[in-house]
Design a protein around this ligand. Structure first.
Ligand SMILES: *Cc1c(COP(=O)(O)O)cnc(C)c1O
Length: 488
């Protein structure tokens, strides 16, 4: 045991007797190299493993264990991960994964996560390079969306949080910053989005204290876009009834079918009525990287704020959501507070001009910018754009295959990379498609999800995975036809 000493007299290099650092660094290095080998093996052979399989009782039991008072060797902990977790994931790294809207992750992003873990920066504030790296991502996003140097940018867990922060910005714009102290009081705020908007939009209204009743779900066109005439009428009606319209949320890629609202028309309506125009671009905003896809998002650059997810189509490992805001200083007024323990300095570690904790709800924050930076630097924006183009091409291939099969029926127009279809089922309960999807998951080769288009169930293939190929599309069609025919 080292001798006890006054803190001031501990020589540099002497270890704390209670440190958690390795006693044997070379053994730890060997373990670390093995972990890297194992996870790279897993990714390299991912297509050969089942997409999904239920975790057996033994794996479950490993995570219903008593509190571990005593240490376990690192290799044994890793062995438990390899045996009990790794084979039983949610499948989104597999090329046949097309259920829900999820990215597949990348090797560069994974390695960056490891490096960020070792670096262990708290990116809430202060003067250090992780802050600068986050600013770099913001600068790139400003450039993509033609936002000025005043624009704010902030990593958040995902678009759900980014949309929530946007509602708070719009709320402050309508009621003044005093709303932070006074709450919304008697104000009768109303917001507008389409009936196809993501469920996090009403939840954001609830969390903002405005309530989801004050969110008008405007009808959609047959293409799944917000009906802009109905929107204008709803705003006028609310105004006439003494309400205070304050926010329009457009969707750049709806979660169910991938429809893109007429964002330019929404920008016009918002500017006519002086409303905050926010875009939920969780799915589609980053399509601006692609020359082919960008024109479909005309008007997005006029938004007051845009929420999007690097962890979906851009393949950055979870989680990496982002909010870009036109008025950075207003965003700061919405969140910054004076706390003694966060006093700023002119110089030194407590310096720095931009503290993320002044711009959103989080104080402690991880280094999400690093895996995002690694992803964009390693592959380049053009490769991400080409992969997005390819996803949309695969969606068209799938839609054409569906159209060519008499037993299958396309359920919604395919605007981007989401295809909703069904096996024609004459049973009134319409249960066949649900059982097809369940059987597909159990087979572990391809995994679409199940949704509703109107009252009808539909099989939903959301093609966000950079590993998906035409063979996966073919497997989806042939397996669906086989399972459907067997159950008819
Ligand atoms: C996924 C999604 C969200 C929610 O984003 P998270 O990153 O899961 O929080 C919001 N809107 C749309 C359109 C989405 O697809």
């Amino acid at each position: 045991m080292p001798k006890r000493q006054d803190a001031g007299s501990v020589p540099a290099g002497e270890k704390s007797p209670t440190t958690l650092d390795p006693a044997d660094w070379s053994a730890t290095r060997a373990s670390a190299h093995q972990m890297l080998e194992d996870i790279l093996d897993h990714l390299q052979t991912r297509a050969d493993q089942p997409l999904w399989q239920p975790a057996p009782a033994a794996a479950q039991a490993a995570f219903h264990a008593p509190v571990p008072r005593e240490p376990t060797p690192l290799d044994a902990v890793h062995a438990s991960f390899v045996a009990n977790v790794l084979p039983y994931g949610s499948g989104n790294t597999h090329p046949g994964f097309m259920g829900w809207v999820q990215g597949g992750g990348t090797v560069a992003g994974m390695l960056a996560e490891m490096l960020a873990g070792g670096f262990n920066a708290n990116v809430g504030g202060r003067d250090h390079m992780a802050i600068t790296a986050e600013r770099q991502i913001t600068a790139w996003m400003r450039e993509i969306f033609d936002f000025s140097a005043e624009a704010g940018g902030l990593f958040l867990t995902g678009a759900s949080q980014a949309n929530f922060v946007a509602v708070l910005l719009a709320r402050a714009r309508a009621l003044g910053q005093g709303v932070r102290q006074s709450g919304i009081g008697p104000a009768r705020l109303t917001a507008y989005t389409s009936a196809a908007a993501h469920g996090c939009i009403p939840r954001a209204m609830e969390m903002a204290g405005i309530g989801s009743d004050a969110l008008r779900a405007i009808a959609t066109t047959p293409e799944g876009q917000i009906d802009t005439a109905a929107l204008a009428a709803a705003i006028a009606a609310d105004r006439a009834a003494g309400m205070q319209p304050f926010l329009i949320v457009g969707t750049a890629g709806t979660v169910n079918t991938g429809a893109v609202d007429d964002l330019n028309a929404l920008a016009d309506i918002a500017s006519t009525h002086g409303l905050h125009f926010h875009v939920d671009g969780a799915i589609g905003a980053l399509c601006l990287l692609s020359d082919r896809l960008a024109p479909r998002f005309h008007g997005i650059k006029r938004a007051d704020s845009i929420a999007f997810d690097f962890h979906k189509w851009a393949q950055v490992p979870y989680d990496a959501g982002f909010l870009l805001t036109r008025d950075g200083p207003a965003q700061r007024q919405c969140f910054a507070s004076d706390n003694a323990y966060l006093t700023r300095a002119e110089t030194g570690l407590a310096g720095g001009e931009w503290w993320p904790c002044d711009y959103g709800p989080d104080l402690s924050r991880g280094f999400r910018a690093l895996k995002t930076w690694f992803t964009f630097k390693t592959y380049g924006f053009d490769a991400i754009a080409a992969m997005m183009d390819q996803s949309c091409a695969l969606a068209q291939t799938l839609a054409a295959r569906v159209a060519a099969e008499p037993r299958l029926e396309l359920m919604a127009p395919v605007a981007l990379n989401i295809v909703c279809f069904r096996y024609r089922d004459d049973a009134p309960e319409d249960t066949l498609n649900a059982s097809i999807v369940e059987a597909l998951h159990a087979e572990g080769r391809v995994a679409p999800s199940l949704t509703y288009i109107g009252p009808r169930r539909a099989i939903r293939a959301a093609l966000f995975n950079h590993r998906t190929t035409p063979r996966d599309i073919d497997a989806l069609i042939t397996s669906t036809l086989r399972l459907g025919a067997a159950q008819e």
